[in-house]
Ligand binder design. Structure first.
Ligand code: FAD
Length: 424
């Protein structure tokens, strides 16, 4: 008998349960222009975290919000496996910022190139944006230097772990599915964005191999000894072994040493792999903007539960760029965005939430990741997070013991709910 799937969180729990909205927040003694012009908040990044912050701030009508985002629209990475496997069009992932604009967010289609924290402004190519509070949610960058040869072959090695990279990954997947051969995928050591997503992509492509009778295999070269995070390992390995014994070769504890994209060779300590298509998922870190602003090294250093930078009380870093133990998930990023917006609004109004007493337990933004393993089933990974003030944050996982149809349906509903909340 198959194990029973886990009950899914309710709509309310999804949006608010883990998001710690209303959390008693730490107060700062920073200067806010009360009674004069509206406070100015600059939000860098129009992804999962940035939208959560910008929209909540703008809907209050209490502050002036500028959101910097170079892309013309929002593109979701969650659910991108459905597009890459050919089951959904690109338009399924792509959403307009129209309704974000309607809330009063001033959206600037430019990239932040530098932050001057002492003069309190963000620099873009064409303008200087002064701020009273700054919210940073710029996502991640790839550590290309970790694999010799990667940078030289970058154009032939799309990753697909950032928005707007999915089309190139889909084209390569289509080429592999029609011609066959070896599709090699590398998985880095954590922390990186949505760890189950790598195995999800492999499974969804393996299903297409079966349908299209593709001759060849998908070789997963994993730097870890098991899929990560650890609580997901059994369910993911079970899905790969039972559904795709002939399509997926899973190689553990193997860190590639070099790639030659011109010759299509991935070198490893266990020998060379001659591939047809390579999907290298490099180790990740916060974008250079964070380091240049002195906010952290690999990741931005923040205080929890507030997400305030440890280097600057006027700066909040949320989403995947911050370096707490919270999962690098869109759901967590969005919840953190709403949370920091509420903290800023309290500070601007001169009514900061009182700091929680030492020893109090507070909820932190939690979230759900989905690993779809075929067109009909998925594994739900539900993470709740909390901390006792003065202690380290703690995570607790609920993972489906086996992939199931209910979680596949749950993943589709979750996506519609999240996209609707962010962009509807
Ligand atoms: C394949 C895949 C599947 C996933 N599945 C799930 C899932 O099931 N559930 C889940 O919760 N999460 C999932 N995730 C993770 C989720 O996508 C990320 O955790 C989320 O995008 C993080 O939000 P963010 O705001 O930190 O970054 P992003 O959403 O990446 O947003 C960052 C934005 O900042 C912009 N930006 C970057 N630099 C600058 C700059 N200098 N100036 C201005 N703008 C800038 C970028 O253009 C981008 O739009 C998945 C990820 C992948 C790759």
């Amino acid at each position: 008998m198959s194990p029973t799937p886990l009950p899914h969180p309710s709509r309310r729990q999804l949006l608010h349960g883990g998001a710690a909205v209303g959390l008693a927040l730490l107060a700062t003694g920073c200067a806010t222009p009360i009674g004069t012009a509206k406070a100015r908040v600059v939000v860098v990044g129009g992804g999962w975290g940035g939208i959560g912050a910008a929209r909540t701030l703008a809907e209050s009508g209490q502050v002036e919000v500028t959101m910097l985002e170079p892309h013309p629209s929002f593109m979701s990475s969650p659910m991108s496996a459905l597009y890459i496997a050919g089951l959904k069009p690109l338009s399924y992932l792509n959403h307009s910022y129209r309704n974000v604009d309607r809330t009063g967010v001033r959206r600037v289609r430019e990239r932040a190139t530098a932050i001057d924290r002492s003069a309190r402004f963000v620099q873009t190519e064409t303008q200087r944006l002064p701020y009273d509070y700054l919210v940073l949610s710029p996502g991640i960058e790839y550590m290309e230097e970790s694999l010799p040869g990667y940078a030289e072959g970058r154009d032939r090695l799309p990753v697909g772990f950032r928005a707007f990279e999915h089309e190139a990954v889909r084209q390569q997947a289509d080429a592999f599915l029609s011609q066959g051969g070896i599709y090699v995928m590398t998985v880095p050591r954590p922390p990186y964005r949505c760890p189950p997503a790598a195995y999800e992509r492999a499974c969804m492509l393996a299903e297409q191999m079966q349908r299209r009778r593709t001759r060849g295999k998908i070789v997963i070269v994993d730097a870890n000894s098991d899929p990560t995070p650890a609580p997901t390992a059994r369910s993911i390995v079970h899905a790969m072994e039972t559904l795709y014994p002939n399509e997926i070769e899973y190689r553990r504890d193997l860190v590639p040493s070099r790639i030659d994209a011109a010759r299509r060779v991935l070198s490893t300590p266990e020998g060379d792999i001659n591939y047809t298509v390579a999907n290298i998922i490099p180790p990740m870190r916060a974008p250079g903007l964070i380091r240049q602003a002195g906010l952290g090294e690999r990741w931005a250093s923040v205080h929890l539960p507030s997400f305030r930078s440890t280097a600057d009380p006027l700066v909040y870093v949320i989403g995947d760029a911050q370096g707490s133990i919270l999962p690098k998930s869109g759901h967590v990023a969005h919840g953190a965005g709403m949370q920091v917006a509420k903290e800023i609004l309290g500070l601007v109004a001169g009514r900061p939430e009182p700091a929680p007493a030492p020893g109090t337990t507070v909820a932190l933004p939690g979230g759900i990741c989905w690993a779809k393993v075929n067109e009909k089933s998925a594994i739900m990974v539900n993470v709740s997070a909390s901390m006792q003030i003065g202690q380290a944050a703690r995570l607790s996982f609920e993972v489906d013991p086996q992939h199931n149809a209910r979680s596949k349906q749950g993943s589709l509903e979750w996506a519609q709910l999240m996209w609707g909340t962010m962009l509807g």
